[in-house]
Design a protein around this ligand. Structure first.
Ligand code: TXA
Ligand code: MG
Length: 337
């Protein structure tokens, strides 16, 4: 059966559409919806059978836990057994918004959501469609990115349908997602907050609220973030990273080798050599501002992937906190995470 598509105004979604989507969630179905980061694939987080459907639709390994979305910050107490002071401070500053907090879970959260672990990841999204949908469902909503496991995350309804058409009940099409990359994930269960996945809320922004933040998964620690597998968020073809100069060398070489190659740069457009100008391999320039680049990153990769190239070359942006989210996704797409 085809997936039902309902187009909604991203700022003021039609209540009737939201009501229908909320009914599907309450009945144990799957609804993809826009958030301020990427499209999520939602199910009732308290219904084990509905949660199992998410894993089946995505082909996601059961070892990778899900983020639970709530409409209002106060609703975390329906799924969190404890709300540490660091979590409260970060939520007060960044919610609703693109920050996910890992905290101790309540017993009513099914094992499927947490991959059997003692913690639950929660987030209160800022997107009007997401919040209206969660309110209409009347339950916390588990939602991974709405893509097949290991493929590119979706920032448009068309990206969702590319991977999941016929596998889910409905997509709410609220247009492109403004953020473009997934939320920042932090572990707030310890004395010191730990960054598990970088995003648009950067380490300096977190540190301004809670002091020192540790970065990366603790060796041997329980709170491994399985989304942090080396290969993830990938286009269908090979993706290779290099600095701007190296990228042009690789580009010339690939063109001469007869490969269908595409390139993405973040540097300001310079003079492009004749060899490239005469081909259909003209680079795509994304903004040199990391937030603006993030907005366009997955969309650009989806678009380039549609032309079925042999290779996508991407300039690796600088190793700074502001670029950490974009760099992380690119390194994983290249299998170097
Ligand atoms: O922006 C986002 O976060 C989007 C939108 C839909 O909200 N969701 C998203 O979900 O990116 P997903 O499933 O693609 O990524 C969830 C990440 C994974 O890296 C997962 O391992 C981690 O969060 N995670 C979930 N629960 C966790 C937990 N209890 N402890 C540690 N990491 C957890
Ligand atoms: Mg994902």
């Amino acid at each position: 059966m085809d997936t039902q598509i309902l187009t909604v105004d991203p700022a003021a979604p039609d209540p009737a559409a939201i009501r229908r989507a909320g009914e599907i969630l309450r009945a144990g179905g799957l609804v993809a919806f826009p958030t301020e980061t990427v499209y999520g694939l939602g199910a009732n987080a308290l219904d084990p059978a509905a949660v199992a459907r998410i894993f089946a639709a995505k082909g996601r390994p059961a070892t990778n836990p899900l983020i639970v979305h709530v409409a209002d910050p106060d609703d975390v107490l329906n799924v969190a057994a404890d709300w540490p002071a660091t979590a409260a401070a970060l939520a007060a500053r960044f919610w609703p918004g693109p920050l996910t907090l890992v905290v101790p879970k309540k017993a009513n959260v099914p094992d499927g959501v947490t991959a059997g672990g003692p913690t639950v990841a929660v987030r209160c999204p800022a997107h009007a469609v997401a919040r209206a949908l969660i309110r209409a469902a009347g339950v916390p909503v588990a939602a991974p990115s709405a893509n097949r496991s290991n493929q590119l995350s979706p920032t448009r309804a068309a990206h969702v349908l590319k991977g999941l058409n016929g596998r889910i009940d409905m997509v709410l099409d609220g247009g492109p997602c403004p953020g473009g990359i997934e939320s920042t994930v932090v572990d707030a269960t310890g004395d010191v907050v730990r960054l598990l996945r970088p995003g648009l809320i950067t380490v300096p922004m977190l540190e301004a609220v809670v002091g020192r933040v540790e970065v990366g998964v603790k060796a041997g620690g329980a709170a491994r973030s399985p989304g942090q597998l080396a290969k993830h968020y990938s286009p269908e073809c090979e993706l290779r990273l290099s600095d701007e100069d190296g990228l042009f060398d690789d580009l010339y070489e690939a063109i001469h080798a007869g490969l269908k190659v595409r390139a993405i740069l973040f540097s300001q457009p310079g003079a492009v050599a004749q060899e490239v100008r005469g081909t259909d391999s003209l680079p795509t320039y994304l903004p040199a501002n990391p937030e603006h680049a993030a907005t366009l990153l997955y969309d650009t990769l989806h678009q380039l992937d549609l032309s079925k190239p042999d290779l996508i070359l991407v300039e690796l942006p600088p190793d700074t906190p502001e670029w950490a989210g974009v760099r992380d996704r690119l390194l994983r797409a290249a299998g170097q995470g």
